[in-house]
Design a protein around this ligand. Structure first.
Ligand code: SF4
Ligand code: SF4
Length: 364
């Protein structure tokens, strides 16, 4: 049996704790509030049991802050707890997203030995990356990140890059694209730095939907031009696949945001990681019965909003791809049904550009 609601956990074993101090960090607000707990073994066991109990295939996504700060023993324990469920026939996968600066041969041995796939945050060439992804003494992290990536690649467990697109680098799609290809990093995901209203430099680094769409359109053209089957840009791949009748998709094109949940160190369950940690997206505790969490009133209201958004957009030509888009982006409030004009216009522009190009290549 498998549930759609709350079925993919994004686990923050150390909440927002991080060894870097990136200028645009969207959890900086939490860090300032000293939310620096560490997940205790009984909570870890409850997390693993909660998600393995009634699903045959489970993806655990380990996130932060910096999830390696939980320590080697934490993940050894996680693997042991998962083993019990594997013995019962469950298929379990582990994905971890790290800044890669703390990776050592011990970590690589643990991850490689247990089939973890490791994604790394890297904002392109050193001159861009080091302006934003820095230690608290302002030293850039690029050299350490590249060392970490090399260790991962040597073991074949490097799962590509998430590259933040901010005011620093959005005007340089060609430089960024060429950099990744030259380094042989062909599995890429881009993420817009948004103004979350948190403290720090977030507002000055945030870019608008129009700026981000310009960037992504340029990346799409470069991707076509490169004609390299190995280059996989997650968002573009999903859109193209959906246009060609397939169903490979990023969460943003599934219309199923209720599947994703963020689990904090104390076992509290909130909406997907792209939402701020607010009461409106608090869905319960990992110590509760799964059935109770899945019938939580906030979760029901959230699901109903998503449904209304989907039906509001029903007549749009791009509904079969977009379905109203990301639930945390492009709406004025959590309960808004109508998408913001700016977000919607840019989505349409992006889809139209891709579809025109694909048609001109005779693929559609
Ligand atoms: S809210 Fe956005 S990022 Fe989160 S699951 Fe939904 S589409 Fe994905
Ligand atoms: S492009 Fe705009 S109208 Fe169309 S489905 Fe997406 S959000 Fe809705």
């Amino acid at each position: 049996m498998s549930h759609q609601l709350i079925s993919v956990p994004i686990i923050k074993p150390v909440d927002a704790l991080c060894n870097l101090s990136c200028s645009y960090c969207y959890v900086s607000g939490l860090r300032d509030c000293n939310v620096k707990n560490r997940m205790q073994p009984e909570i870890l066991k409850a997390v693993i049991d909660f998600f393995c109990h009634d699903q045959d295939d489970v993806e655990f996504i380990w996130h932060g802050g910096e999830p390696l700060l939980a320590g080697l023993c934490f993940y050894q324990k996680a693997v042991e707890l998962q083993y019990v469920w594997r013995q019962k026939g469950k298929r379990i996968e582990n994905f971890i997203q790290t800044n890669a600066t703390l990776l050592t041969t011990e970590w690589i041995r643990l991850f490689a030995g247990n089939n973890f796939l490791v994604g790394v945050s890297l904002d392109g060439p050193k001159e861009f990356h080091d302006q934003v992804r820095r230690y608290s003494d302002k030293k850039g992290s690029y050299d350490d990140v590249m060392e970490g990536i090399n260790l991962l690649r040597n073991e074949g467990i490097f799962n590509g890059v998430i590259c933040g697109i901010s005011a620093i680098n959005h005007e340089f799609p060609r430089e960024i694209f060429n950099f990744f290809l030259e380094k042989g990093m062909k599995k890429l995901k881009f993420a817009r730095v948004k103004d979350t209203g948190d403290c720090g430099d977030v507002s000055s680094l945030a870019i608008s939907p129009t700026q981000y769409t310009d960037f992504m359109i340029a990346i799409f053209d470069l991707w076509l031009e490169a004609d390299d089957q190995e280059v996989e840009i997650r968002d573009i791949q999903s859109v193209v696949d959906l246009m060609l009748g397939g169903n490979k998709r990023e969460c943003i094109y599934t219309g199923q945001c209720g599947r994703f949940a963020t689990i904090y160190s104390d076992g509290s369950i909130y909406g997907c990681d792209s939402f701020s940690k607010t009461d409106a997206v608090y869905f319960g505790s990992i110590l509760d019965e799964p059935a109770i969490v899945r019938s939580n009133s906030n979760l029901r209201i959230f699901q109903e909003t998503i449904r209304k958004r989907r039906s509001y957009c029903h007549n749009c030509n791009w509904h079969f791809i977009c379905k109203g888009g990301c639930a945390s982006d492009g709406y004025e409030r959590l309960d808004s049904i109508e998408p913001l004009d700016d977000a919607c216009k840019n989505r349409k522009r992006y889809f139209e550009h891709i579809s025109t190009k694909i048609r001109s290549y005779g693929l559609m």
